[in-house]
Write a protein that binds this ligand. Structure first.
Ligand code: AMP
Ligand code: ZN
Length: 109
């Protein structure tokens, strides 16, 4: 399967990881939209949130619980934004489920 995030998750592309465990990896977004912008993805290939099933509940919970932990680790001191784009109309470009975490000082405020 030609999935860029599967390749990152399975270490076929040498993207530096922020976090890794048996089920999940996290890494910086290659095109950051905020001073801090990283992605949390499952190692399992799930196309999007719309394709996740009840069997994925524990995995999804683990990913969500990791958001504040990794946000703190990455220096999001004043809070963060969490985004999951889903499908064509949701603006999803990479068809492997991922959580965007965006933070850092907002220069326009
Ligand atoms: P989405 O539009 O929600 O599918 O977001 C996909 C995100 O993946 C975008 O913000 C891209 O900048 C990011 N991205 C794509 N390829 C890579 C890569 N090789 N390493 C890190 N981030 C990537
Ligand atoms: Zn994949």
């Amino acid at each position: 399967m030609d999935c860029i995030f599967c390749k990152i998750a399975h270490r076929e592309i040498a993207t530096p990881l922020i976090y890794e465990d048996d089920d999940v990896v996290a890494f910086n977004d290659i095109n950051p939209k905020a001073p801090i912008h990283f992605l949390i993805i499952p190692k399992k290939h799930i196309v999007s949130l719309a394709e996740a099933g009840t069997e994925d509940a524990a995995l999804l919970g683990k990913m969500i619980n990791l958001v504040p932990v990794l946000a703190k680790k990455m220096g999001c001191e004043g809070g963060f934004r969490t985004v999951i784009n889903t499908g064509r109309d949701g603006g999803q470009e990479v068809p492997h489920l991922h959580i965007h975490v965006l933070g850092g000082p907002q220069p326009w405020k």
